[in-house]
Design a protein around this ligand. Structure first.
Ligand code: FES
Length: 311
C-alpha cells in the first residue's frame, strides 16, 4: 500500500487474504491488524472508512504455490496476521485453482489473537481431506477444543505433517522465523522445500548476529543524491537507511521493505553499512558494485548515497 501520512508517502507490504480468482473479479482483501506500536496500521484503523480510496501496487513477491516447484502437500506455518496468505491458498484449493492438500500450523498468543477461526473451522469441516488447521497457543490456559499448547516445534510438525513429502510455507513475525528456521533445520530439507514470505522491515536490528552494538546509539550524516538534488540528512544507526530517507521526506520507491524486491536499490558512494543477514537478497553483481537496499541496511558511518527517484 502507498499511503500519504502528514505529507509523507509511506509504503508497506501486506499479504493478500483473498484468492487470485477474487482478483479477477476486481476484489482484493487485506487483513490489517491493529498493533500497539504500529505506525501505518494505526493510521489506517483511525482514518480509513468504507469508501476511502487507497493506492497500491499490483501483487509482488514469490510466496505462492507453484505446482512445478512445490509438492502436493503444502504445510503452512503461520504466526499472528501471517495467517492471511493461507486463507488465500485454502480458498484456492477449494475453488479448484490449486490441486493440493493444505495443513496449517497456526501459532497465536491466545484465543483472542486467532483470526478467521470460524471461517477455518467451516472450511475444514466441509473439506476434511484437503484442508486442516491446527491452532497452537502459547498462553498458559487453553480452553479451545483441539488446540495444541506451546510453540510450533519440530515434534509438532512431525505429528501433523508428512515432512519429507511436503513443501513448507512460512509467514509471520520475525521472531517466529528465527524460531521456526531452527526447528525446520532438524529435517535437513532441500532449500526449495521452504518458502518464506517477506516479513517487512526487521523489528529489532540489535538482535541480529553481527550488528555492531557499540554504534547503536549513534547518529550519522547521510549525503543523499537524487537526480540533480543533493541534501544532507541525519540517520540513526539502529534504523534503516530507508526510514532515515522517509523521515527527511524522501520517498524512494519501496515495496517489500525486506530487501527482496529491489525497488529501493541504491548506490553507496562512500561509508559503511550493516546489512541485515536475514534480508540480504542482493545479486552478487550488486554487492560487487556497491549497490544496497536501504530497507535492509543500517548506517555504521557517515554515508554518501545515490537513491532512485520516486516512481
Ligand atoms: S523495498 Fe524491496 S528491496 Fe527495499
Amino acid at each position: 500500500l502507498k499511503v500519504k501520512v502528514n505529507g509523507v508517502t509511506i509504503t508497506r507490504p501486506y499479504s493478500i487474504a483473498s484468492t487470485p480468482k477474487d482478483a479477477l473479479q476486481g476484489r482484493y482483501e487485506l487483513t490489517i491488524k491493529k498493533e500497539e506500536h504500529g505506525f501505518l496500521t494505526n493510521y489506517i484503523w483511525e482514518n480509513w472508512d468504507v469508501g476511502t480510496r487507497v493506492e497500491s501496487s499490483g501483487p509482488e513477491g514469490f510466496f505462492y504455490y507453484e505446482p512445478l516447484r512445490d509438492t502436493k502437500n503444502i504445510v503452512g506455518i503461520a504466526g499472528g496476521s501471517g495467517i492471511t496468505p493461507f486463507r488465500s491458498i485454502a480458498n484456492s484449493i477449494i475453488d479448484g485453482s490449486i490441486d493440493a492438500m493444505l495443513t496449517v500450523l497456526y501459532g497465536s498468543s491466545d484465543e483472542e489473537d486467532i483470526i478467521f477461526y470460524d471461517e477455518f473451522q467451516a472450511l475444514e469441516k466441509e473439506n476434511p481431506d484437503r484442508i486442516k488447521f491446527v491452532h497452537v497457543l502459547s498462553c498458559d490456559v487453553v480452553s479451545l477444543e483441539g488446540c495444541e499448547k506451546g510453540f510450533i516445534t519440530s515434534e509438532l510438525i512431525e505429528k501433523y505433517c508428512d515432512v519429507k513429502n511436503s513443501s513448507f510455507f512460512i509467514c509471520g513475525p520475525q521472531v517466529m522465523y528465527n524460531f521456526i528456521e531452527k526447528e525446520l533445520a532438524r529435517f535437513d530439507l532441500p532449500n526449495k522445500r521452504i518458502r518464506r514470505e517477506a516479513f517487512g522491515e526487521v523489528k529489532d536490528v540489535l538482535a541480529l548476529p553481527g550488528y555492531p552494538q557499540d554504534l547503536a546509539e549513534q547518529t550519522f550524516k547521510i549525503t543523499v543524491h537524487v537526480g540533480n538534488l543533493s541534501k544532507e540528512i541525519p540517520a540513526n544507526a539502529s534504523e534503516s537507511v530507508l526510514i532515515a530517507l522517509e523521515r527527511a521526506n524522501f520517498a524512494p520507491p519501496a515495496k517489500c521493505r525486506s530487501g527482496e524486491c529491489g525497488f529501493c536499490r541504491s548506490r553507496l558512494v562512500s561509508g559503511t553499512l550493516f546489512i541485515s543477514p536475514i534480508s540480504d537478497w542482493r545479486r552478487s553483481a550488486d554487492k560487487k558494485f556497491n549497490y544496497f537496499h536501504p530497507c535492509s541496511s543500517y548506517p555504521t558511518s557517515d554515508l554518501e548515497i545515490v537513491i532512485p527517484r520516486t516512481l
